[in-house]
Design a protein. Structure first.
Length: 585
């Protein structure tokens, strides 16, 4: 029976938990109630305890994860997680994990989505209807018969979401559900959640994420954690308007239109309303620009390095197909110059990660030639790898040492650096990623976001001439991401390194990339500067499930000018404020 809107469905009482090898509690002194039908966002910096709290709710802690648990969690009115095993809680509370591979084990998409409802004992026809509806909601109809192993990271996340949607529990936890999705797919998932809220108003959603960009307009309530404790709890308008700087200092990732809204409130003291919707912020900006109170100018665009005879990467008529799988890349040719920051974007499953593995020599092309630092990747893999630093989308794929410090030291030692140099690089890398206090911990005692930072540190400590970043935003708060990007700029400036980044984060592309390549249907669709592509190719981007940064939508043709500004920093650096203009706004 559906719960009433005022019914408390999650009741957390004096909850603390410490992992066996942890030096301090991951969460402590948590008291929290969530009502039926609430859409709650739990946010905070990397390592703040968000995911630990989430897996306390569905019974993984204490039933499957060891550690010291104090306090109680009551789910669906009367189910104490200490007294009920996970399978008994599943019909009431479901969870989509941050790393989808943690919960996928069937061979193909349909079997994976069907697995949960089959084990719930539903009739065959009901199972078929639930599976079909869930697969359609997440946009995987064309891939329903695909092997799980042939899906991209974003597609795997969609499968995990569909598996939970098919079971339809009254409480659904989503741990960074859109982190690996392209912008359009992210909007589709958010739209799916909004549709579910409308059709099932008693369903409760709990979203855990350090990036609140996709969920601001959906949230009834935002709970902020830091160092294992709840530090803020309120409505989105209250927190974003009255606690903006606190959230910013903690590293909460917010979209540019919210930053612009806060800036407008500061620039124009008479502005009292605080809008959460992008369209409302745009309308407000139009009022100020049309009245002459606000003028935006376009700063100069970043210079793309001129082509040289010795590019750091060269693809010559490259094609690639996995064994017994679809063609991923077909007849692709391009060069990457020394000192270039290239962003590779595209819809989930278009071959972005495959392209990176080909560059590094981890995969060999089916046809064509790839040269990295002048070396044919099919002939001298060891020489190629000595010049390449690769940050994988899933950090767990590249962590294998016993402590954080040993993990970072592995690369420099492999390069035959002196022990003095190794220690220097380890200390520098630990400081760069903010893991000084964790240097003697085992890597897998860290949170997912901290493991991502550790993986970045291992790559940076080797000081590669070619740095490959596969979805670097996954699990990262704004502070950690800014630090990582600052380090990439240092590699480019000090070592003439080239940076190639695969990402769905268009804001990140607009801030740092000097060039972007858009992949579609196994080929290069667009190749140019971010300003050119975001400003003049928006119709083409929309056709391939991509969208420009929010600042482009906010500033496109603003004030009658046929131009756009790609990011918030550019906008305010060229903004002129005239508070003395008498025209009413």
């Amino acid at each position: 029976m559906p719960e009433s809107k005022n019914q408390v469905v999650v009741d957390i009482r004096d909850l603390s938990f410490q992992y066996p090898r942890g030096s301090v509690p991951a969460i402590r002194n948590i008291n929290l109630q969530i009502k039926a039908g609430e859409y709650v966002v739990i946010t905070g910096p990397t390592g703040s305890g968000k995911t630990t709290l989430a897996i306390c709710l569905n019974g993984i802690i204490p039933n499957l994860v060891e550690g010291e648990l104090i306090g109680e969690v009551i789910i669906a009115v009367d189910m104490n997680t200490k007294e009920h095993p996970v399978h008994e809680l599943t019909s009431s509370i479901g969870m989509v994990f941050q790393n989808p591979e943690d919960q996928l084990f069937s061979l193909n998409v349909t079997d994976e989505v069907a697995f949960g409802v089959e084990n719930m004992g539903y009739e065959r026809q009901d199972i078929i209807q639930r599976v079909d509806a869930a697969i359609e909601k997440v946009g995987l109809v064309s891939r329903r018969d695909y092997s799980i192993f042939h899906l991209s990271g974003g597609q795997k996340q969609k499968v995990a979401i569909a598996s939970n949607l098919a079971i339809a529990p009254q409480i659904l936890i989503l741990d960074a559900p859109t982190a690996d999705l392209d912008p359009i797919s992210s909007r589709e998932v958010v739209g799916t959640l909004l549709d579910l809220r409308t059709k099932e108003p008693s369903k409760t959603f709990i979203v855990v994420d350090s990036d609140i960009s996709d969920v601001i307009s959906l949230a009834d309530r935002i709970i902020v954690m830091n160092k294992g404790e709840i530090v803020l709890d309120g409505t989105p308008v209250d927190l974003l308007k009255n606690h903006f700087h606190e959230l910013d200092d903690l590293g909460i990732r917010m979209p540019d239109h919210i930053r612009m809204m806060h800036w407008l409130n500061t620039a124009f003291p008479g502005q009292k309303e605080f809008f959460l919707e992008e369209k409302d912020v745009r309308h407000l900006m139009e009022k100020y620009t049309s009245s002459g109170k606000l003028i935006f100018t376009l700063p100069p665009e970043a210079v793309i390095p001129k082509p040289k005879e010795d590019p750091v990467v060269r693809f010559m008529n490259v094609s690639f197909k996995y064994k017994n799988g679809p063609t991923i890349l077909e007849d692709v040719s391009f060069d990457i110059q020394h000192g270039e920051f290239l962003a590779i974007v595209g819809e989930n499953g278009t071959g972005k990660s495959t392209l990176m593995k080909l560059m590094s020599g981890l995969l060999q092309p089916s046809k064509g030639i790839i040269e990295t630092s002048g070396v044919d990747t099919s002939c001298a893999l060891e020489e190629v790898l000595n010049n390449v630093g690769y940050l994988f989308q899933n950090p767990d794929n590249q962590l294998f040492m016993g402590t954080v410090a040993e993990e970072i030291a592995f690369g420099p030692r492999r390069q035959n650096c002196s022990e003095e140099e190794v220690n220097k690089r380890v200390d520098e890398a630990l400081e760069m990623v903010g893991l000084q206090d964790a240097c003697e911990q085992h890597p897998f005692t860290l949170s997912r976001g901290q493991r991502q930072r550790l993986a970045a540190a291992t790559v940076l400590a080797a000081q590669p001439s070619l740095l490959l970043l596969d979805e670097p935003t996954t699990g990262q708060d704004q502070v950690a991401l800014d630090n990582l990007m600052e380090l990439t700029q240092g590699l480019i400036k000090n070592y003439a390194a080239s940076v190639i980044m695969v990402t769905h984060d268009m804001d990140l592309v607009s801030r740092y990339a000097t060039r972007m390549i858009v992949l579609d249907k196994s080929r290069i669709l667009l190749d140019g500067s971010p300003l050119e592509i975001f400003g003049k190719k928006q119709d083409i981007l929309a056709r391939v499930c991509l969208a420009p940064p929010s600042m482009v939508s906010l500033t496109n043709n603003l004030g009658g000018k046929n131009e756009c500004i790609p990011n918030f920093e550019w906008a305010i650096s060229g903004a002129k404020i005239h508070n003395d203009v008498k025209t009413a706004v």
